[in-house]
Ligand binder design. Structure first.
Ligand code: FAD
Length: 368
């Protein structure tokens, strides 16, 4: 079959690869002038999150799926994307320590929680803390590197069009031209008929900009802007990730990813001086044991969803039009399993788990 994927961030890349592996032809369209969330993410996979130290949703399934997915990309592209790295968290006071210890006794938690982690060079390079806690099975995926390397591959394979997709072309591309007009309602009149189609299926993976997709704008798209710094240090970088008032994530060549801010309301997706200052101040409080230089400051918008679950599914009236979105703050861990669910739904008719299926929102319920 022939597929078109709109948006080549992490969601589009992983979905496209799964379809290719199943023997199908995949074309992509991506607007390169827009900043993708995938190009700014640290790609941290963190099984224990928040101040209450809660296990991430379905993490026992997500980690093995992520590892095998990213290792397959490593083999395909000849680069390293998957880094298993300990994650060290700061416990700020006795209360945090008690909470951590209590949680680590809960069923299903000991595998992920280390009460007595080796902090490596953290105490030398960063400010003293009350105590450290370790998160086991943490990892970092080089999301930006993976998406960029895959882009080169599909560019040389002539599969990528670099342009903004014009949604009025959907009925024509699916061979489902409506009698008049565009949009979900008129497109629905044709109920997925398939005469002279350019593509058998179209999959929408536009990240937070899916709110501008007229077919799926009824979904409760969020959007959370994040800004980050990239810094280069004088001393060699830590060999583990460190969460204090900011996250310090070792990259390569003695550089760190430092982030991130979080804003649900934003006029645009550009970096701002105020958020740069916020990050600089926090970094200065934490990274006290080495000189460093800020070499980049970036911003992007995370594709968040009201109920914090992915959007996977089929347009209610155009069954060959699909969406994969809502990866929120955790695309690195969610996208491998989410892309499998989507590919299996399209290719084999497998059911999409109800928690992530867009059927949980109907255009009617959303007031349309
Ligand atoms: C500051 C920050 C830190 C983060 N840190 C982490 C982390 O540590 N761990 C983690 O797992 N996740 C993290 N994330 C989240 C992660 O980036 C996302 O979950 C994931 O990358 C989303 O991928 P996506 O493909 O859905 O969207 P995107 O990466 O945004 O890709 C969407 C693509 O679609 C294109 N597009 C949109 N509309 C159109 C159109 N009409 N025509 C053509 N192309 C279009 C865009 O140009 C873009 O290339 C972070 C995000 C941010 C912003």
């Amino acid at each position: 079959m022939k597929f078109l994927i709109i948006g080549q961030g992490l969601a589009g890349t992983l979905t496209g690869r799964r379809l290719e592996l199943a023997g199908h032809t995949v074309h992509y369209i991506d607007a390169p002038e827009q900043t993708a969330s995938s190009s700014v993410a640290a790609g941290i996979i963190n099984p224990i999150t928040g101040r209450r130290f809660v296990k991430s949703w379905r993490i026992d399934e997500l980690i093995p799926e992520a590892k095998s997915c990213y290792l397959e990309f490593e083999k395909l592209l000849g680069l390293t994307f998957w880094h298993e790295q300990p994650l060290i968290r700061t416990l700020y006071n006795r209360g945090d320590l008690n909470d951590w210890q209590a949680r680590s006794a809960d069923a299903g938690y000991p595998e992920y929680m280390d009460d007595n982690p080796a902090p490596g060079r953290i105490p030398v390079l960063t400010v003293p803390v009350f105590a450290y806690a370790g998160v086991r099975h943490a990892a970092r995926v080089d999301v930006a590197g993976l998406v960029a390397a895959f882009r080169e591959r599909i560019t040389s394979g002539d599969q990528l069009k670099t342009d903004r997709f014009d949604y009025s072309g959907v009925p024509r591309l699916l061979g489902a031209e409506p009698a008049s007009g565009e949009g979900r309602r008129s497109a629905g009149a044709t109920k997925g008929q398939k005469s002279s189609a350019t593509y058998d299926h179209i999959i929408c993976c536009e990240g937070w900009r899916a709110r501008f997709n007229p077919y799926f704008s009824y979904l409760p798209h969020g959007g959370n802007k994040g800004e980050v710094l990239i810094v280069k240090t004088e001393a060699p970088v830590l060999d583990r990730m460190f969460k204090h008032r900011v996250f310090l994530v070792p990259l390569s060549d003695d550089t760190y990813w430092v982030g991130a801010t979080s804003e649900n309301k934003f006029p645009d997706d550009s970096p701002t001086p105020a958020n740069r200052k916020f990050l600089e101040d926090r970094l200065a409080e934490v990274l006290t044991g080495t000189k460093y230089e800020i070499i980049d400051h970036r911003a992007a918008v995370r594709p968040t969803v009201r109920d914090r679950r992915m959007f996977i599914g089929q347009h209610p009236e155009l069954p060959r039009l699909w969406i994969f979105n809502g990866l929120g703050t955790k695309g690195g861990s969610l996208a491998p399993l989410g892309s499998r669910w989507l590919a299996e739904a399209i290719l084999n008719g497998s059911p999409i788990p109800a928690e992530v299926n867009i059927d949980r929102f109907s255009p009617k319920k959303e007031g349309l």
